[in-house]
Design a protein around this ligand. Sequence first.
Ligand code: PLP
Length: 410
Amino acid sequence: MANKEYEISPWKQDFPILDATIINKNPLVYLDTAASAQKPKYVLEACLKNYESEYANVHRGIHYLSEEETANFEAARIKIQKFINAKSPNEIIFTRGATEALNLIAYSFGKKYLKEGDEIIISLMEHHANIVPWQILKEEKNISIKVIPVYDDGSLNYDAFLNLLSPKTKLVSITHMSNVLGTINPVKKITTEAHNAGAKVIIDGSQAITHFPIDVSDIDCDFFAFSGHKLYAPTGIGVLYGRENILHELPPWQGGGDMIKSVTMEKSIWADPPAKFEAGTPPIVQAIGLGAAIDYLNTIGMQNLHAFEQTIFNNMYYELKNIKGLKILGNAPEKGGLVSWVMEKIHPQDISMILNQMGIAVRVGHHCAQPITERMGVSASCRASIGIYNGLNDVKKLISGIYKVKDLIK
Ligand code: PLP
């Protein structure tokens, strides 16, 4: 496997921050993409250029810059539409991130369609962003939340999901890829079954979007949420994809400028989607930065990116598995992008602190997914997650770092 091309990622050079030497003059080994991806120069330059020479507010002025910036902003929407194969740019709503996208849909869908006794299905492996909004809704609407359990190996209990579906199920909201286990869920099959039961489907694509091609038309989901910052774009921008006919039916979730056709002191008439869900000045340059990140990824090709990353992931997974006294959280057959682990007699916090001294950045804690962490029998774990810039050299440093941790804490 140790092919030269895989040793150091051919795309590493595109990311200026990865030249950095950090703590103790160690070169940075960044293995925290699942929390947030680093940004390629291409995206940084696109944002800087925009602020330096193209910036104005959008959808408002008819002066030159405002019209140009509106075109740039809407062009980014079309790039996203194509990237996830949505049918229309009207199906792409800009949000602050995946969390906001999920809250938007919980609020808006919940307000219009959910009533006492209705049921929502989520899974035990959700990020808090796909748990808490439903709990807020549960308090307000007296609905129930059914939870799909997870097997010991970290795969979804699909049969249990089928058993939970009933005429009372109005929504299924599930992660495409777990941010703790790396498990990739069969979202297309889930969508078909949920639709057969008359329920709508939301996919939390926050992790999946970074690692493989996404086709919302093929999945046939009703909503798909993700954050730009995990896709090599700036923070403060996210996307909610929604099927256009459903978006027309849903009420807005915030009121203000840009989301209306007309306003009198008595009544307002909403704009059509996506504007209906984008009240106020949007994150303009962030959206343009997300468009630039997509341009960058398109030059690589998501299929190529996936093939490259799988090689690095498989190597990291294999090497970690072979370390005595190290237990991996989740060994589902469909898994990618990240590995979480714990070690006998060594606290995850200590592992992460010692790795940090060697310049190796991994995440530690419950990763904002406390229920699945506890289901795996621990309260915290370390997580190494890869991006397009990681090569086998990074895996080697991680593995030798872990052996040093073992030596230090015997
Ligand atoms: N869903 C999953 C699976 C995640 O991994 C994350 C972030 O880690 C989120 C949702 C929330 O994303 P954000 O904090 O960017 O809104």
